[in-house]
Write a protein that binds this ligand. Structure first.
Ligand SMILES: [Zn+2]
Length: 758
């Protein structure tokens, strides 16, 4: 892999060859300005062939460009017809000569566009059921003529092949004009009328073929549907630490183009909960990307002590690959090596022979790396210790030149001295408690009240400034600069093979930890995220095209209110010291050990919800890890802020079945050697003392997240049935006609599909 973006092979070739990559899709172009309908896509959809490999049904998709509205601005429309009836109709049709005339001039120039030297005249494509089509690339493959360029990613050409055997066989006819399939154009006039309302006078005017087609195909009325086209780009947006109720509590302040666009035009699952009990960043992102729980994908914590090491390492630590991208890059080793299951991106790479582009970006390394998966073309993140965007040698031999250039401009430093003030008038925030609360932890760099000034003063280091920056909406803004640069570097959504872009908005998490979910800061952060998403969607509309991208928006976890606030609200809860817990654990272990005085102290680390022991040291002191975990769990269960504690021996097996929902969730969170040895279920609203607000438990404030889907194939609606972020990937796979990743245990969210799953 080289420095610059690595386009997939099909995308680097001429438009004509690009057709090769579209599976069973074929574009049929009309090249004559007088024809209103500019182009048409023909796609086999049904897996049960009739006779010699001919698909039983065809899914026809077309663009209806006109003189005043070019095809590039039209929305694709799809309908399903019986292949045989369709072919019979076409065979009977004898169209006016102009239909074929333009394509009989293979060297036509000027109005119909120039054929670049060396572009292949034809391309063979193999359909989903093995049927083969030959596609004429012709002079119109690039330019539809009369100045009407083909929309980005839409190839044009004639059609022939045994799938439609009446229209010629492989190899492709000598000239595009002899691909008599161009008569299909007549049928494309259907679009002008619209399925379901087909005045016969217009049909007659529009062409006898259409009339014949409609008459002959009784399937038309039965199967004609206005179905959207397959998306060229799938986008997964994960907003780090985003409670489901933010979409309601803060809705009044939303604009039109962000969350409101998703909730009004897309599907919203209001009852989406994670079904595992380790609600922190790395496990959550891996669940979203693989459609599986930590028990299966293996990312059971943000960090653990790998075998052979004596200290905690990030979930995306890999000693064989290092972070690159800036001369200031710290010594960090990063890759998806610990992720044990393929992601959606990996499945897309597999399905389309590597031609899907998969790019993942986030401010956090674990978010970017785990969303992308094993085969991602690149994962990019921001490192707050150096203030630069980084990637890893896992993806690139050398950092991409555009990344180096972006870092040379020091985009993060431009925020020095900036002020974060309220987006809306103060009255819009009145539903929250007051802005100034003593238990918020904005610290010296941000302070606890608006306006927050991002300055570097006194002995504050660059690193402190960068960390503060990442806790404000400017952190997400910085990330969107990276997204815009990525969209320039990679032709995402640029052709018929769907691509994947993963975006992790993580400033919401850093902000939430400092100020809590009932703060003005989190409200303002959410409102600004709304505006930033609107900008992202606008960018996708421009670069990929309206109706050509599909987005899923969710979160990796929610967050609990600040304990002091919970106490104020008479909800109970409080603080505990993780170190005090570990001391209690060490005391228990000492009482079990035979040689307490002569051996080093027991290691213990407690990060909600896992308590990690050191099996090696336990062994050196003659204590079995099973006995230790069980004794520790018993001791912890007696602590006043602990509801229950489960030793790993209870989690290893899914049997015996249990009615205890927390035990079920803890089992889904468990992975041997990576999760801790004891799962600690604290009482509600209790948190360790490190952060103002925290997450990581099995309570609904941590598990309940938004689940929004928007784009072609998704019907608008609100759904109350239970859902889980692990359902996103199988649903996207169903829409893409893709085998879900092998670890997937989520379900297809069939309620929101506007067309049958493929
Ligand atoms: Zn967090």
């Amino acid at each position: 892999m080289t420095g610059s973006a690595r386009p997939s092979p099909s995308k680097s070739m001429a438009m004509g060859v690009r057709v090769r990559s579209v599976g069973a899709k074929v574009w049929v172009a009309t090249a004559r300005p007088a024809v209103k309908v500019r182009s048409m896509m023909l796609k086999a959809t049904n897996g049960s062939p009739v006779g010699s490999g001919v698909p039983r049904m065809l899914e026809l998709t077309w663009l209806a460009g006109t003189h005043d509205k070019p095809a590039s601005k039209a929305s694709p429309v799809t309908a399903i017809v019986h292949t045989r009836r369709f072919i019979r109709t076409l065979r009977a049709y004898r169209g006016p000569p102009w239909l074929e005339q333009p394509v009989s001039r293979p060297d036509a120039r000027g109005a119909v566009g120039r054929t670049p030297a060396g572009r292949p005249r034809s391309a063979s494509i193999v359909g989903r059921t093995g049927q083969r089509f030959d596609v004429n690339c012709g002079p119109y493959a690039k330019n539809g003529g009369a100045g009407l360029a083909a929309p980005r990613g839409w190839a044009r050409g004639g059609l022939a092949g045994p799938g439609l055997s009446e229209y010629g066989r492989s190899p492709c006819p000598p000239g595009p004009g002899s691909g008599r399939s161009l008569r299909l154009q007549a049928a494309s006039r259907v679009r002008e009328l619209g399925p379901g309302k087909l005045p016969m006078s217009r049909i007659r005017r529009g062409g006898r073929a259409l009339a014949a087609l409609l008459a002959a195909s009784s399937a038309w009325s039965a199967h004609a549907q206005t179905l959207p086209a397959q998306p060229g780009l799938v986008v997964i947006v994960v907003v780090d630490q985003f409670c489901a109720d933010f979409l309601d509590r803060f809705a009044e302040g939303f604009g039109k183009g962000g969350f409101a666009r998703l909730t009004s035009e897309g599907a919203r699952y209001v009852n989406a909960h994670f079904s595992h009990g380790v609600t922190v960043t790395a496990p959550g992102h891996a669940c979203i990307s693989t459609g599986a729980n930590p028990r299966i994908h293996g990312i059971a914590a943000n960090a653990w002590v790998p075998a052979g090491s004596d200290r905690m390492h990030s979930a995306v630590h890999d000693p064989t690959h290092r972070a690159i991208g800036s001369p200031r890059a710290p010594e960090k080793n990063r890759s998806p090596a610990n992720l044990l299951m393929p992601t959606l991106g990996d499945q897309m790479k597999l399905r389309w022979a590597g031609r899907s582009l998969v790019v993942s970006v986030s401010l956090k390394d674990r978010s970017a790396v785990l969303l992308g998966g094993k085969q991602a073309d690149g994962a990019f993140w921001w490192d707050s210790s150096c203030g630069a965007f980084l990637t890893s040698t896992y993806y690139f031999g050398e950092p991409p030149s555009w990344l180096l250039e972006l870092n040379r401009q020091k985009p993060a430093d431009q925020y020095l001295g900036r002020t974060w003030d309220l987006l809306l008038p103060r009255s819009a925030y009145a539903a929250n408690p007051p802005d100034d609360r003593p238990f918020e932890r904005g610290g010296d760099l941000l302070g606890n009240t608006f306006p927050h000034r991002l300055g570097r003063s006194g002995d504050h280091s660059d690193q402190a400034f960068y960390q503060a920056l990442a806790s404000t909406p400017y952190g997400n803004e910085l990330l969107l600069k990276l997204v815009a640069r990525v969209l320039k570097a990679y032709p995402l959504g640029g052709d018929e093979v769907p691509d994947l872009l993963c975006v992790g908005l993580t400033s919401n998490d850093a902000c939430g930890h400092l100020f809590g979910p009932y703060s003005w800061e989190v409200q303002d952060m959410t409102l600004r995220s709304d505006r930033q998403l609107a900008e992202l969607f606008e960018l996708l509309d421009q670069q990929v095209g309206k109706g050509r991208w599909l987005v899923a928006v969710t979160s990796d976890h929610g967050v609990a209110p600040i304990p002091e606030f919970a106490v104020q609200q008479r909800l109970g809860g409080g603080r505990f010291s993780a170190e005090a817990v570990c001391q209690a654990v060490r005391d228990v272990l000492d009482s079990l050990a035979s040689s307490a005085a002569t051996q080093p102290a027991h290691a213990c680390r407690f990060t909600l919800p896992w308590l990690h022991l050191d099996a090696g040291r336990l062994a050196s002191r003659g204590v079995g890890v099973t006995r230790a975990a069980e004794a520790v769990a018993e001791t912890l269960s007696a602590l006043p802020f602990v509801e229950r504690a489960y030793p790993f021996t209870l989690l290893e097996s899914l049997t015996p079945a249990t009615d205890d929902p927390v035990l079920r969730m803890a089992r889904q969170a468990y992975y041997p050697g990576r999760s801790g040895h004891v799962y600690v279920h604290v009482k509600p609203y209790f948190q360790p003392d490190e952060e103002a607000a925290n997450h990581g438990t099995a309570y609904s404030y941590d598990t309940h997240v938004p689940l929004l889907l928007y784009g072609p194939g998704i019907a608008p609606g609100v759904h109350f049935v239970p859902a889980d972020p692990i359902d996103i990937v199988p649903t996207l796979c169903a829409l893409l006609g893709l085998e879900p990743p092998p670890g997937t245990t989520g379900r297809v969210l069939v309620e929101c599909l506007s067309r049958p799953a493929r």
